[in-house]
Write a protein that binds this ligand. Sequence first.
Ligand SMILES: Cc1ncc(COP(=O)(O)O)c(C=O)c1O
Length: 463
Amino acid sequence: MERLRIGEQRHTVLDFLAKEMERIWASFDHARESEPEFTASLKLLLNEQLPEGSQEIIEVLGQSVDVLESSIAQSRPRFLAYIGSSGLEVGAIADFLASSYDINQAIDSRASTVLEQQTAKWVGEFIGFKSAIGYFTSGGMVSNLTALATARNQALPASRKLGIDRKVAIYASHESHYSVRRTMEVLGMGSESLRSIPIDGHHRMNVTELKRQINIDLSSGITPIAIVATAGTTLTGAVDPIGELVKVAKEKQIWLHVDGAYGVPAAGTARSALFEGLDDADSVTIDAHKWLFVPKSCSLVLMKDRNGLAMTFSHHEAYMPHANDDYNPVDLTLEYSRPFRALKLWIAFKTHGAEAFRDAIEKNIRLAELTYQIAAQRSDFRVLPYPPDLSIAPIQFLSPSESNRSALNERLCQRILEDGRFYISTAQINGETWLRPCYTNFRTTEADVFALFDVVTELSAQL
Ligand SMILES: Cc1ncc(COP(=O)(O)O)c(C=O)c1O
């Protein structure tokens, strides 16, 4: 028997997985009372040398589950740090199927290539960016890079061959994601070409400041490449005024990219008014592995037409045959080998229906509102002057015995992480450290929000 097959053990392995997955998914439905210890035996396992011989697969799978159980899983309902996700069950099943077929989306792979476009269109419909074409990428970083490379090519068509021969600028709010800056570094525009536009009292890009900066640049001979509207900032969930930014972009003929990696799924819900103007943008980034709940990695870059992508990425390599002289997906994407990421979102939409996604997103927003209300009513917390737009609710703990609020909240966050019942991160807002619960998991409930305040109250007394 070929040594790289599971062979006769297939049935045993699938039985083992079926039982384990039932237990694991059930465990995600409830919070753990603490994080398990990183045991000495696990450390020994993770210090083993390259195995030359074979080992019983059930034993190896058991060890893998031990590693996973001792890792920080974003699927658990009390993971409220950064921008988490949910590891949607049908998404995990889809990954298993897709990996087994191991299709490469770089070339025309028949049905899977059509499914990718169908799913991108569905996502466009869901958020109100109609007739979108789109490609799945590894994450918001790569989606932003793809869109901004296309914008650069549109503004400077010769740059693909000759490089950038002049001063350029990209405009994004002071609280835009670091991936915009990194993109500019990687694309040779230089991070100093990023115009970090001040925010208003609601943490949205200040449009008057944007116009002022563009006029200064134009009169100094600097070429604008793109305006980046953040639709859901990582710090507070603020949504830049997309409609107003579209007007500026159209008037000045500048590419408008919407970085909706986190927040844009809310455009498909009762919060759609916040995203007014989205349909007139040139490109949109959306991370399905954030607020559409599927497992990583699953991001999309959406565009109204594919010409820009083709001008930026297409090529003719002898080893990449082109059917009917049409482009291959690899001519329209940055990545070469690309897994079949679309399947998990396709299965998820079909199995649960778009309405279930809208409900889950709105439920997350209500959890952020509840967090805001509880903190606003307590004298030992401070909140922002307005309720959350999306599902991030920054709160700051106050204590009469500590005037340095940043130091207090840093210590408190550290204590929460050591305790292990919740996983939470901090954010620097208006120059101070805040706790920043972010709700992007469909498993998190109101009971978890109340428990968060109980835990914070208990642990803050120990500081
Ligand atoms: C607004 C925004 N853009 C881009 C990204 C980068 O996304 P990814 O981690 O999927 O590369 C993030 C990540 O949190 C984000 O919040």
